[in-house]
Design a protein around this ligand. Structure first.
Ligand code: ADP
Ligand code: ZN
Length: 433
């Protein structure tokens, strides 16, 4: 089922022609902003000449720091008059000062169209009751999905984040069939169901859209089992609107990224050189339809790979792999590079382990120490210390196999680690302070 079959299945040569045309338009527009006028034009006012899509590689990158520097923040990227702007959104600020994006009416319309395509991919239609459990406000997960869900005609409940009992009452009273939820919250909410004497599997919810934070495929499968539904991975970032950038089709082998709206590159984050198809690196995106604040070669800091091979669903837009983390998520411990998702993948192999964990970094006598704290699955511990100790050492061994150092492992009671209302916090760095 397609929302916009013509565009979603456009043959690659046509798709690339469309991209080239839109890339040129984007550059023409971009140089109207103070930032890109400085960055992209030489002595004249003309945008750089682009003969083919590959020429994009000759343009400079745009970074998160460009967006939030005192020189450019808040209006330095604008290409239109202030009167043409109708909405402001900003990032969650996971890695520093939030970045802010301003939208024209046209921008919001294009964004809504992309979200409608994604929801249709997940099978959400006008007959669904769609409960959006993401934060409304500056965060893009709320309003971004909201308008897309309304556009496909679903009965849309702007439930917002948190307030678990209320969420459950809404689901029960209105027979919610589809939800949009942060993975860590989807793992936690079933315990509130249990306290209220219900089982989420008894509800009619059959589709979950999971976004906003990295999660492994095992976590997805756990969520599916807990809720009795099918879960789809949804990727986006506020600098590229928010959700609606890339989304899984029913084949669930990667996320289609809407190439009529974004030009995709994967680069080596250290050398900045383009990487061959299929290799993992940093995702770089150029907006192709943005009016108010076009971004050229934006370094997302997210790590993935891209493939353009045939997908059985019929969509021709390339697929990116599940995001494994951000370039700045990387921990360097005892000279070894480690991503939190590697730890997650190991922990989730153990059915005795619940879904919340925390990596704590400390410095002891000038040596970095890594402690992995993991919650036990409810009902596992029955006072048998020997089996607990056995589990702990098996986890430590498997972690060493994956990350090449042996961290300390602490097993703690279910529900004892801190939880965040928004994106989960997986690392606590206590090394400086
Ligand atoms: P912030 O960078 O402050 O978290 P946003 O709220 O815009 O800002 O969040 C976008 C980021 O969230 C992405 O760059 C990515 O790191 C992460 N993200 C969003 N969706 C996913 C997903 N499905 N899988 C992994 N990471 C995701
Ligand atoms: Zn597909």
């Amino acid at each position: 089922m397609f929302w916009n079959e013509e565009i979603e299945t456009l043959a690659r040569p046509e798709l690339e022609r469309l991209q080239l045309r839109r890339l040129r338009q984007t550059l023409e527009r971009a140089v109207r902003s103070p930032f890109y006028r400085r960055r992209l034009t030489g002595r004249g006012e003309d945008p750089p000449r682009i003969e083919s899509l590959e020429d994009v590689a000759s343009l400079p990158f745009t970074t998160k720091d460009d967006l939030r520097s005192d020189e450019n923040y808040p209006y330095g990227f604008l290409t239109v008059d202030r009167e043409q702007l109708v909405r402001l959104h900003s990032s969650s600020g996971t890695t520093g000062r939030p970045t802010t994006i301003l939208h024209t009416r046209g921008d919001l319309d294009s964004w809504t169209e992309l979200v409608a395509r994604c929801l249709t991919m997940a099978g959400v239609t006008a007959s669904d009751v769609f409960q959006n459990m993401m934060g409304y406000g500056l965060f893009t997960g709320g309003l971004g999905l909201h308008y897309g869900a309304e556009r496909v005609g679903a009965l849309t409940i702007p439930a917002g984040a948190g307030n678990s009992r209320k969420q459950i009452s809404l689901m029960r009273d209105f027979s919610t069939t589809a939800i949009h939820i942060i993975p860590s919250y989807a793992l936690r909410l079933p315990s509130t169901f249990e306290n209220m004497g219900y089982d989420p599997r008894d509800l009619p919810v059959r589709t979950a859209i999971l976004g906003a934070e990295p999660h492994s495929d095992t976590i997805r499968r756990r969520i599916e089992a807990l809720w009795g539904l099918k879960a789809f991975n949804s990727y986006g970032l506020s600098e590229m609107n928010g959700p609606g950038v890339a989304f899984e089709c029913e084949c669930q082998e990667g996320l289609h990224l809407w190439e009529d709206s974004y030009l995709v590159e994967i680069i080596d984050p250290d050398t900045l050189a383009p990487l061959p198809e299929g290799e993992r690196g940093e995702l770089v995106l150029t907006t192709l339809t943005r009016e108010g604040m076009p971004l050229v070669r934006y370094r997302t800091q997210d790590l993935t790979s891209a493939r353009r091979d045939h997908c059985p669903c019929g969509r021709t837009h390339l697929r990116i792999d599940r995001i494994t983390g951000r370039t700045d998520d990387m921990l360097i411990i005892k000279g070894v590079n480690i991503y939190p998702i590697q730890v997650e993948r190991v922990l989730m192999r153990f059915s005795e382990i619940g879904s919340n964990y925390l990596i704590v970094l400390t410095r002891e006598e000038r040596v970095d120490q890594m402690t992995v704290m993991a919650e036990l699955e409810k009902g596992f511990f029955r006072g048998d210390l020997a089996s607990l100790e056995g589990l702990r050492s098996r986890i430590a061994n498997e972690l060493r196999g994956e990350i090449l150092i042996t961290p300390r492992v602490e097993l703690v009671e279910a529900g004892s680690l801190p939880v965040a209302e928004g994106k989960a916090i997986r690392v606590e760095d206590r090394r400086n302070g």
